[in-house]
Design a protein around this ligand. Sequence first.
Ligand code: SAH
Length: 490
Amino acid sequence: MENKQTKAAPKAYPKRDALKTGCPVSRKCGGCQYQGMPYKEQLKKKQKQEETLLGKFCKVSPIIGMEQPLHYRNKVHRAFDRDRKGNIICGPYEAGTHHIVPVENCLIEDEKCQEIIYTISSMLKSFKIKTYDEDTGYGLLRHVMVRRGFQSGEIMVVLVLGSPILPSKNNFVKALRKVHPEITTIVLNINDKKTSMVLGERDIPIYGPGFIKDRLCGCTFRISPRSFYQVNPVQTETLYSEAIRFAGLTGKETVFDAYCGIGTIGLIAASHAKKVIGVELNKDAVRDARINARENHISNADFCQGDAGEFMMAMAENEQHVDVVFMDPPRLGSDKKFLSSVVRLSPERIIYISCGPQSLAADLKYLTKNQYFVEKIQPVEMFAYTSHVETVCLLSKLHADQHIEVELQMDELDLMAAESKATYEEIKDYVLEHSGLKVSSLYIAQVKEKCGIIERVNYNLLKSEIARQPKCPPEKEAAIREALEHFRMI
Ligand code: SAH
């Protein structure tokens, strides 16, 4: 064993001055599309992209950039293989292939995580750990993933293996922790399938609790190997704070956190809301979310496992009441089932967090055709040196009355032929004075529509919404007609 530990002594991790040297493998790797571009320029480019895609919905606020845009990624993943000469290599895959690009010092990834992977790589030979061959299924080590808590500093190492036995497991742990005592947990993840998915379905902790904890926006979160956690925690605090601010919570709201992961947004919102319900597909993440609620002493949050669209549909069918929906789907956006159910549930506000502006634009198009308008769009930089951009967006419900006013103004402009017109306020005043009745803009619009003065009062409303609208009672209709006659509109 002594012998092994001596042999396993790692080579020093190569450090370079990132800004001076740039990345020598950026082209091959393909991960950093904006490598070589000044950071200010990158932000400008992202702002422009957001304006092009989303500007038609509402003014796009200036992107919130990073103060230190290097080495921000708290999760580092490397695939392992051998080169033609039989030397162990590790790195990310070349874009669109399974060819490994050996990377010594990635400029956007956490340096401590990279150091640890470097150490592991230099230990493999002496521990007789073979790299896995995707074609033959021979060998053991497929990938290593290291994740570091931003405020806690806790570090999780996940060794992805083709089979569940790691030779000299205890000695391996000892040797690795001797070099990196800061590692708080080591997990074997078993992936014996021919798949391009990195992680398999079984986790075996071989050191520590099998998860790490981190703090964000005042709450503590437990993160399991397969649970999603934002890769740029400094900016995540900004993103979440914006999202919570957009929600305008007063403590009375029922909040729905869709695609909730380990419950981050919902649990941060919980102290400002009456109740939080979260839904998430990944079982491990849901377990984390439930434990996170308990450990943060939050008793008004429940988390459910399932497809967000299915869950939302069931909620809409049960006519459940929701005031605010946070939705944070994967890059490809949400689906019709989810979006149509949100519209049926009709929350006052939707806060849409997206890492895919194209899919966001498509989903906003649907929502703005169905009762909502976009009030705020805030891009947040989460992925410096790449072309990706995160956006938080506030949608508010279009109330029938407000909306009809807008339509009417348009229609009235079209009706230039009408000789005399009164405003809604003038009609209301006339009706009150002459019949003592108070009438709403909606009733006036309904009567105008009946009289053929305007069209499409219900433009953009769902059938169910139309059915729920109050109908102008006959005595009010008569009073409104009298006013319309008075103003010579009919
Ligand atoms: N809001 C969380 C997670 C966002 S990432 C956070 O900020 O950390 C998107 C999440 O959606 C992932 O956790 C993923 O597992 C989950 N997801 C993907 N498809 C889903 C679906 N159909 N239904 C519910 N959750 C889904």
